[in-house]
Write a protein that binds this ligand. Structure first.
Ligand code: BES
Ligand code: MN
Ligand code: ZN
Length: 491
C-alpha cells in the first residue's frame, strides 16, 4: 500500500474517504463538511459498532464509514482494529484508493497525531507474507492511502511513521521466513545490509570466534548444529565513546529443544524463536530509515539453531560463560537463556546506559499472561515504567514480573555455580533470574519475555497469522524517550 500526503483535498476526489464513527455519536458540523453530507437533519443510518462498515455517498464523493464501537470504551487499540477493518473492507469492495482526513482523526481525541497511528496500522493491516508463493495472488488491501492534512510537517512525520511500520514489517518477514532460509548467516546478511544502507557499524563473529571470546554458554547451544552460528553486533554510532542503549535479541533460528527434544505438535512455530533478534533488526531498520537518533544504540544478537546431533550438549554437561560463571545444563531446551547469558556479559564493554533483552524465552510466560501480553522484568522502576507506558501507547502490552532474590535459590547448582532450569512453577521468573547473573554490575536492565505476543494465529485487526513484529515499536518508544523527545510525537 502506497501511503502519501496531499495538501489539497481536490487531488483525492476519486478516493474513498474513511470516516470513523463511534456508536451513537452525533455528527459534528466539521465531519459533515468533510464527508459532504449536508444539513444537520440528514440521516446517515450507521450504528458505529466495532467491526461494521458502510459505504455511503456524499457530495464530496464516496465515504467508507467505519465503526469504532462504544465511545466510552474507545482507545488506541480499538482504533487500530478499526483501521484493520477498514483496510479489509476496502479490499473486499475492490476499492483501490482510500483517503483519510487528518482533521477528522484529530476530532476523535484519541491522542495527538492519530494520523500517524492510522498510517502504521494501515500498513500493518495490509501486510502479507508471500515470499514463498509461486503465485502471490492479489493484494488484499487498497493500493493507496492518501492523507489529507494542512500540517506543513505532515510529510516528514508520515515518513517517520512509515519507517517504524517498515521496521515491524521486516521483523514479521524474518519471523515468517522458514528456518532453512532464515539461518544465523541470513540474519547476519540482513544486519550487514542495514549497516551498509544506513552507515551503522556491524561485526559478525563465527563459531570459532565465539568460543575464542569465552562464550562457552552460547557455544553449548550451537555445538550440535552444522549450520554455523553468528554473533552479530550492530552499532548506530560506531567509534562513538557514548554509553549506548543496548538491545539484545534472542536469535534461535530453530528450536527443536536439542537433546531434550520437544514434542512435534506446533514445533514448526519454533522458526519464530528468533523473534527477539528480528525485533532488534526491525528497530535498526526503522532507526536508519528515520535518519537516526540522538542516542547511540547497540544491538547484540546471538544467533544459532538448537538441534540434536552427536556433538550436541547433553543434559548434565557443564559449561563456562564469558563472565566466568559455570552452568550445569539440565535441559537443553532451556537454550535461550544460555545464548543470552553470554550476550549480556559481552555488553559490559559498552558500559550500557540501559540494557534491554527481548526473547521468546519461556512457554511458562504464555501460561502466565496468555498470547497477547509480554512480561517485563526490570531492575529499576523507571525502566519498567518507560517500557510499559511506551509499549501500551503503541499496542504492545507488558506486565511486570518480580526479580526477588528468593527466586535465585533454586537456580543454585549442585555441581556448577548455576543450573539452567529450576522448577516448572514460576518458569518465566527462573529464566529471568538466571539471566540476571550475567548482567554487568550496576547496569539498569530489563528482560522482555515476548514468547506470547511474538506470534499470532489471528487474522484480524492489524495482524496476519505468523510473526507480529512485537517489540519493534516498544524499542522505538524507548529510544524516543531517552532522546528526550517524548510527547513530541504520538508514535
Ligand atoms: N523457545 C522456547 C520458549 C517458547 C515456547 C517460545 C513456546 C514460544 C512458544 C524456549 O527455548 C523453551 O523451550 N523453553 C522451555 C524452558 C524449560 C525447558 C525450562 C519451556 O518454556 O518449556
Ligand atoms: Mn527451547
Ligand atoms: Zn527457545
Amino acid at each position: 500500500m502506497n501511503i502519501h500526503v496531499l495538501r489539497d483535498s481536490g487531488e483525492s476526489k476519486d478516493a474513498v474517504l474513511l470516516m470513523f464513527r463511534a456508536e451513537g455519536a452525533a455528527w459534528s458540523e466539521e465531519d459533515r463538511l468533510v464527508a459532504g453530507i449536508a444539513g444537520p437533519d440528514a440521516q446517515i443510518p450507521f450504528s458505529g459498532k466495532a467491526g461494521r462498515t458502510r459505504l455511503c455517498f456524499g457530495s464530496a464523493g464516496r465515504c467508507l464509514l467505519v465503526g469504532l464501537g462504544k465511545a466510552d470504551d474507545l482507545d488506541l487499540d480499538g482504533f487500530r482494529a478499526a483501521v484493520g477493518v477498514a483496510v479489509r473492507a476496502a479490499a473486499g469492495q475492490e476499492i483501490s484508493c482510500l483517503a483519510v482526513d487528518s482533521a477528522h482523526l484529530d476530532r476523535l481525541e484519541l491522542g495527538e497525531d492519530l494520523t500517524l497511528e492510522c498510517v502504521v496500522a494501515a500498513r500493518l493491516a495490509g501486510y502479507r507474507f508471500v515470499a514463498f508463493k509461486s503465485d502471490p495472488g492479489d493484494e488484499d488491501c487498497p493500493s493507496s492511502l492518501l492523507i489529507r492534512s494542512d500540517d506543513a510537517d505532515m510529510e516528514a512525520k508520515v515518513a517517520r511513521a512509515l519507517a517504524v511500520a517498515d521496521g515491524v514489517v521486516l521483523a514479521r518477514d524474518l519471523v515468517n521466513t522458514p528456518a532453512n532460509v532464515a539461518t544465523p548467516e541470513y540474519l547476519a546478511g540482513v544486519a550487514r545490509d542495514l549497516a551498509a544502507e544506513f552507515g551503522f557499524g556491524v561485526q559478525v563473529f563465527g563459531p570459532e570466534e565465539i568460543v575464542g571470546m569465552g562464550m562457552g554458554s552460547f557455544a553449548s547451544v550451537f555445538r550440535g548444529s552444522d549450520t554455523p552460528a553468528r554473533f552479530i553486533v550492530l552499532d548506530s554510532a560506531p567509534g562513538s565513546e557514548d554509553k549506548p542503549l543496548v538491545f539484545v535479541g534472542k536469535g534461535v533460528t530453530f528450536d527443536t529443544g536439542g537433546i531434550s527434544l520437544k514434542p512435534p505438535a506446533k514445533m514448526h512455530e519454533m522458526k519464530g524463536d528468533m523473534a527477539g533478534a528480528a525485533a532488534v533488526l526491525g528497530f535498526f531498520k526503522a532507526l536508519g530509515q528515520a535518519g537516526g537518533s540522538v542516542r547511540r544504540v547497540v544491538g547484540l544478537l546471538p544467533c544459532t539453531e538448537n538441534v540434536p546431533g552427536s556433538r550436541a550438549t547433553k543434559p548434565g554437561d557443564v559449561v563456562t560463560a564469558m563472565n566466568g560463571k559455570t552452568i550445569e545444563i539440565l535441559n537443553t531446551d532451556a537454550e535461550g537463556r544460555l545464548i543470552l547469558a553470554d550476550a549480556l556479559a559481552y555488553s559490559a564493554r559498552f558500559e550500557p546506559q540501559i540494557l534491554v533483552d527481548l526473547a521468546t524465552l519461556t512457554g511458562a510466560c504464555l501460561v502466565a499472561l496468555g498470547t497477547k501480553v509480554a512480561a517485563v522484568f526490570a531492575t529499576t522502576a523507571e525502566l519498567d515504567l518507560r517500557i510499559r507506558e511506551g509499549g501500551s501507547r503503541v499496542g504492545e502490552r507488558f506486565w511486570p514480573m518480580p526479580l526477588w532474590k528468593e527466586y535465585g535459590v533454586p537456580l543454585k547448582g549442585e555441581v556448577a555455580d548455576l543450573k539452567n532450569i529450576a522448577t516448572r512453577e514460576g518458569g518465566a521468573i527462573y529464566a529471568a533470574m538466571f539471566l540476571k547473573n550475567f548482567v554487568p554490575e550496576g547496569v539498569d536492565w530489563a528482560h522482555l519475555d515476548i514468547a506470547g505476543p511474538a506470534w499470532t494465529d489471528e487474522n484480524a485487526s492489524i495482524f496476519r497469522p505468523g510473526g507480529t513484529g512485537f517489540g519493534v515499536r516498544t524499542l522505538w518508544e524507548l529510544v524516543e524517550a531517552y532522546d528526550g523527545r517524548e510527547g513530541e510525537m504520538a508514535l
